[in-house]
Design a protein around this ligand. Sequence first.
Ligand SMILES: [Ca+2]
Ligand SMILES: [Ca+2]
Length: 209
Amino acid sequence: MIYLAGSIAIAVAVFAYVRLRKPKSELPVLHVPRTTDAEKSGARRLLVRPDGSEAKPYSDVRLAHEGGTLHVVLYASDHDIVTSGAPADGPMWKGDDFHVVFTRGTTSFAFDIDPKCTITDGKREAQGAWNYAWQSGAKATCDTDGTVDEPGDNDEEWVVDLDIPMSAMDLGEKDTVDLSVRRCDIKERGGKPLVEPCPQITPVSLTFD
Ligand SMILES: [Ca+2]
Ligand SMILES: [Ca+2]
């Protein structure tokens, strides 16, 4: 009887250990605060070079959530702001572009946003092809210092305020989701990025406060 009780206790302990050990993500956790003001009070991550040093030109991302909306602020310092000229769901990456990817399990959701707030959103399973017919319902407002698509003058920066309905990603406040953000700085439409690989954040796993 004692032997049986001991075996059960060990089995329970192993089960609990395995449950605790089963990570939702291997990535560092980033707590996303509950507020609508992501710019002032959001969780911030810098985009960096492969060695971890701050990217030049500077870029960052700030995150907050409130009422089922994920607020994402993307900041880009940029000497010459260039767009792809493509319509929504087109190849934004032919111009200056933020590439934001959320991953839950095997499903990923991508948002490419240009300095004029044109959004290409797509969804894919594992490493399959992106389905750009997927619509997130995300809305964005943009602010640029300088002139877009006018070479020769000295632009300064562009900022995107992106609001994503969390339900579009089947994401609740108790869930976690992995995030990666990359920004490519382009000198001329269709040209190569000025810096390769394009700076990005160290990927994180988001939890919602
Ligand atoms: Ca640029
Ligand atoms: Ca789409």
